[in-house]
Design a protein around this ligand. Structure first.
Ligand SMILES: [Zn+2]
Length: 139
């Protein structure tokens, strides 16, 4: 293999003058798009690390609720807050509608609604087809 010994700056500047070459501080691969890290090390960025930690927490909460039911639901947790946002933005919703819009499993949505109903955050009624519908409890 023929090694081209011209510095990396040469190639990167030819491709994109506005974005001079930056080398990842963790592995010294080329970093692109004005980022200080390569794609593999993006997760080292504080913002990305925070996002990933949140997603991990979200998944843990989901597994706990799937195992333990509504008693594992945290009223100040991510699932309840997303369901509240849905109901605030779109009004009454069936369980199926909440499952579709939040992408949570039906088990998780039902467990959250149970706990939220006990805490008087939502009311549950049945629509004409007998499906449970959640609405914010305004009383
Ligand atoms: Zn890297």
């Amino acid at each position: 293999m023929i090694q081209d010994r011209r510095p990396l700056m040469f190639f990167e500047n030819k491709r994109n003058v506005a974005n001079p070459a930056v080398v990842c501080k963790y592995c010294s691969k080329l970093a692109r798009g004005g980022k200080p890290e390569c794609v593999e090390h993006l997760s080292k960025r504080p913002y990305v690390a925070t996002l990933m930690a949140e997603m991990l927490q979200h998944e843990k909460e989901e597994r706990r609720v799937e195992k333990q039911g509504s008693r594992a639901v945290k009223l100040d947790g991510l699932h309840v807050s997303e369901i509240l946002i849905e109901l605030r933005m779109h009004g009454p919703k069936t369980v199926g509608g909440l499952v579709r819009n939040t992408q949570f499993s039906e088990v998780v949505v039902r467990a959250c609604l149970q706990k939220m109903q006990r805490a008087k955050m939502v009311k549950i009624y049945r629509d004409m087809c007998g499906r449970p519908v959640a609405v914010l409890d305004q009383s």
